[in-house]
Design a protein around this ligand. Structure first.
Ligand SMILES: Nc1ncnc2c1ncn2[C@@H]1O[C@H](COP(=O)(O)OP(=O)(O)O)[C@@H](O)[C@H]1O
Ligand SMILES: [Mg+2]
Length: 237
């Protein structure tokens, strides 16, 4: 049984079809990259998997259990963690408090939740910011903080939406190292990424969306020489 399975997922907003019949699966321990041009429907698909929108059609299962249409909190409890494309950390809260807000999903005892939050902060190499407001951190650090907050919800599957966008090469490397560490914990990663040099070397599989539909799926090397993918990215030139 796959960890995550999407079957013919479609999402329509009025007359606009943001996702059209998207099917793919993701196995435990895998890193899967979800790529495609702007407006391809990547974030919308994340929102369907994480419970922010019900799909208009199709099924989504996590370890065989249907999750499509469940509200976000229920998807999080089922084991879907996520970060947002616009890193929304609570900038007036400390880094530790941001992660604590994730840890409280599983742990009601404040002391234990705090300990868990500190462990995840250290896991993403941000323990030195524990008592600092997250607004004082760089974009790269805030993205990793959002990852730590999602990890604190103890996901089986972590959805990351463009966590490498706008980072310099050394920040991309640091984030890639964190993704590999997450995978080594047995947590599967589904990653929307425009920074192809970040995702291509570490992904087990790449799924390509264009105008809502899946146009390719396979190992990174295969997908990156697929004429349909090249055309979607570069157009006719
Ligand atoms: N809440 C929404 N209401 C209406 N249209 C939306 C909404 N969210 C996304 N869309 C539309 O769906 C399409 C896909 O958007 P999105 O999933 O954000 O693409 P990507 O993340 O691949 O850039 C776009 O045309 C976008 O304008
Ligand atoms: Mg997006």
């Amino acid at each position: 049984m796959s960890l995550l399975e999407l079957q013919s997922v479609s999402k329509r907003f009025g007359g606009l079809t943001a996702n059209q019949d998207v099917s793919f699966s993701l196995e435990k321990g895998q890193i899967v990259g979800l790529i495609g041009p702007n407006g391809a429907g990547k974030t919308t698909l994340f929102n369907c998997v994480a419970g922010y929108f019900p799909p208009s059609a199709g099924s989504i299962t996590l370890e065989g259990q249907p999750i499509a249409g469940l509200p976000p909190e229920a998807c999080a409890r089922a084991g879907v963690g996520r970060t947002f494309q616009i890193a929304r950390t609570f900038t007036s809260m400390t880094a530790a408090e941001n992660v604590l807000s994730g840890a409280l999903l599983r742990e009601r005892k404040l002391r234990k939740a705090r300990e868990a939050a500190m462990r995840w902060l250290a896991f993403v190499n941000l323990d030195r910011f524990a008592d600092k407001p997250s607004g004082s951190m760089t974009i790269s650090e805030q993205r990793r903080l959002a990852v730590a907050r999602a990890l604190a919800t103890e996901p089986k599957l972590l959805l990351m939406d463009e966590v490498m966008a706008g980072l310099n090469p050394s920040e991309v490397r640091e984030t890639v190292d964190v993704v590999l560490k997450i995978r080594d914990q047995g947590i599967a990663c589904l990653i929307v990424e425009h920074v192809l040099e970040g995702i291509m070397p570490i992904a087990d599989k790449i799924v390509v969306l264009d105008r809502g539909a899946k146009i390719a799926e396979g190992p990174p090397a295969e997908v990156s020489r697929d004429p349909a993918v090249i055309h979607a990215y570069l157009g006719d030139e």
